[in-house]
Design a protein around this ligand. Structure first.
Ligand code: NDP
Length: 295
């Protein structure tokens, strides 16, 4: 299969590219930077979609970049890096003489309203209560191609855990130094997925000819994981204590109140359709996932 991947140079994209190539697929990235096996967004708009069988979009400015102040300019970049890249790929698919068979977009579980008790499946309502839920709604809406023969799949991902990027790379050093701990009360749900399962689900979506619609990208046991449980298990995997809770005010001071919601609140999400579609998780449990990551 020839697969075009927007944002394929990033944390998830590198792992997905490796998995797809190991399964004999060819991968071309759409990127802001030139390079081997890459085209630019501008080139994509100008010359259209290269001949391919499937398209994936993983592009998005890192929302939790602690070095970027949460303000209007950064918000616009967070939105446009997701919504505009998705629109550009959707338009290229719609205009293609030979449209690809599959179109997969990775968004987030921020679609569902944070709650300590509610459990959400792919059929649950959401998408209209705060900045992030509305972002996911417009991101997913940008992917729609009415009347297209191309099969569309949206994977709503939880926090992606893996080596060399994402949340783990931001937490590794504080936890290694014994300075890590739960954020705020630590009671908030922590929806997580191992990177090999997220890329596995994307690959499953690309290769399963009848699959379409929303799939939740979270580990089956993640609905029972709180931020405090995660902190304890991560510290245990590293052989360190996790005694120091990070107070909510400190999280808000670093990230800004609106963005801190992502860390201080969470959703209990079930991968119901993902499991029903026949996907088998490699890392269903947190301890096993963390053991692989810190090994
Ligand atoms: P990365 O932060 O690694 O970024 C992915 C790619 O997006 C980058 O390599 C870059 O490609 C492109 N990108 C970054 N900023 C911009 C921008 N301003 N405009 C256009 N393109 C940009 O993301 P991940 O791999 O961690 O995540 C992939 C997708 O999954 C993202 O959309 C993310 O929101 C979503 N997601 C990730 C989660 C996680 O925990 N990691 C959780 C839930 C959802 P290049 O430099 O080549 O242009």
């Amino acid at each position: 299969m020839r697969v075009v991947v927007g944002g394929g140079t990033g944390f998830v994209g590198r792992a997905l590219t490796q998995l797809l190539r190991s399964r004999g697929h060819q991968v071309t990235h759409v990127s802001r930077q030139g390079g081997k096996d890459r085209i630019s967004w501008e080139e994509l708009s100008r010359t259209g979609l290269p001949l391919c069988d499937a398209v994936v979009n993983l592009a998005g400015e890192n929302v939790l970049n602690p070095f970027r102040r949460w303000g209007d300019a950064f918000c616009r970049e967070v939105i446009s890096s997701r919504v505009e890249t998705t629109k550009t790929l959707a338009k290229a698919i719609a205009d293609a003489e030979q449209p690809p068979r599959a179109w997969v977009l990775v968004t987030g579980v921020g679609y569902y309203c944070p709650s300590p008790t509610a459990e959400y499946t792919e059929d649950s309502p959401g998408g209209n209560f705060d900045f992030f839920s509305r972002l996911v709604s417009s991101w997913e809406a940008a992917a729609l191609i009415p009347g297209s023969p191309t099969r569309g799949v949206v994977v709503r991902s939880g926090v992606v855990l893996g080596r060399g990027g994402g949340a783990i790379s931001q937490m590794l050093w504080p936890f290694r130094l014994g300075l890590g701990g739960p954020l705020g009360s630590g009671l908030q749900p922590f929806p997580w997925i191992h990177i090999r399962d997220l890329t596995g689900i994307v690959c499953h979506a690309l290769e399963s000819e009848c699959l379409q619609g929303v799939l939740n990208g979270v580990a089956p046991s993640s609905s029972a994981t709180s931020n405090g449980t995660f902190a304890r298990e991560f510290a245990a995997a590293l052989g360190r204590p996790a005694l120091l809770p990070v107070p909510a005010w400190a999280v808000r001071a670093v990230f800004g109140a609106e963005r801190a919601v992502m860390l201080l609140e969470g959703q209990r999400v079930l991968p119901k359709r993902t499991l029903e579609s026949g996907y088998c998780f490699i890392f269903p449990d947190l301890a096993g996932a963390l053991k692989e990551i810190v090994a």
